[in-house]
Design a binder for this molecule. Structure first.
Ligand SMILES: NC(=O)c1ccc[n+]([C@@H]2O[C@H](COP(=O)([O-])OP(=O)(O)OC[C@H]3O[C@@H](n4cnc5c(N)ncnc54)[C@H](OP(=O)(O)O)[C@@H]3O)[C@@H](O)[C@H]2O)c1
Length: 232
């Protein structure tokens, strides 16, 4: 059977809560990053409101001209993250962080604990975590030669996933393997699968759209997906 038949297609998704009709207010971590910018573009195109969590030093160039709010802080500071998430302000939080510039220490573990704790306290309904192939059951299909380099990072991302799942906050984990350049156009043929052994390549634009297709959507709740366009 063609695996795509088992998948979520954007048109089949059902709103999870009534607020969706007016769009969610979504807080995006990693908003100044390559994927983060694509996510914010897709959020606005889908009628959501977006707040970009950025560092004081972040280059906001990719977000310029967009009708968004900013929350400024460092995700490694629990207080900064808490301050960015007042009770009731956001329905959904997206974590598109990458450890760029954070070479030392357990970046994903620490940052996700801060985000999860603040989201729980603030009554956030859904955390969307951008994960990586190699976490959870997908370790079985992760190439051993790459594991030697990326294993420690992927174990961090695995622990971050587990932190979210254990928190009781609604979640959607979207793992990917290789992401193609932010400058490539969307193909429109990417998809999400619950098959944790599926691997493939995807563009940032397609990934941004698939992430946003899950925002506030019941069929994505408490699920782990792999995002794929061309299978490897
Ligand atoms: N690149 C790939 O091929 C690939 C493959 C698999 C999975 N992924 C995953 O895709 C996601 C996004 O990747 P990307 O390539 O878009 O990353 P990116 O361009 O390097 O962006 C990283 C983002 O994280 C932010 N950030 C880092 N440390 C921070 C801190 N201490 N406080 C606040 N913000 C901080 C950066 O802010 P600044 O602008 O201030 O630095 C930036 O916005 C990650 O989860 C990554 O693991 C990527």
């Amino acid at each position: 059977m063609n695996r795509r038949i088992l998948l979520i297609s954007a048109s089949a998704l059902v709103p999870a809560w009534s607020a969706y009709a007016d769009g969610e207010h979504v807080l995006v971590f990693g908003a100044s990053g390559r994927l983060g910018v694509a996510v914010i573009q897709s959020l606005l195109a889908a009628g959501h409101r977006a707040t970009a969590f950025v560092r004081p030093s972040s280059d906001r160039g990719g977000l310029s001209g967009m009708d968004i709010e900013y929350a400024v802080g460092d995700v490694m500071s629990a207080d900064d993250v808490k301050r960015a998430m007042p009770a009731g302000k956001y329905g959904v939080v997206i974590n598109a962080l990458s450890r760029r510039g954070n070479a030392e220490g357990a970046f994903y573990d620490v940052s996700q604990v801060h985000i999860t704790d603040a989201a729980k306290a603030a009554g956030v309904k859904q955390i969307v975590f951008i994960g990586s192939l190699g976490a959870g059951q997908s370790r079985a299909v992760y190439p051993d030669d790459r594991w030697k380099t990326y294993g420690p990072l992927l174990l961090e991302k695995d622990r971050a996933e587990q932190n979210i799942v254990a928190s009781g906050v609604g979640y959607t984990i979207i793992r990917n393997d290789q992401i193609r350049s932010k400058d490539l156009p969307a193909t429109g043929t990417a998809y999400l699968t619950e098959d944790q052994h599926a691997r493939g390549i995807i563009t940032r634009r397609d990934l941004g759209k698939l992430i946003v297709d899950c925002v506030g959507v019941e069929r994505c709740m408490n699920k782990t997906f792999h995002a794929i366009d061309r299978e490897q």
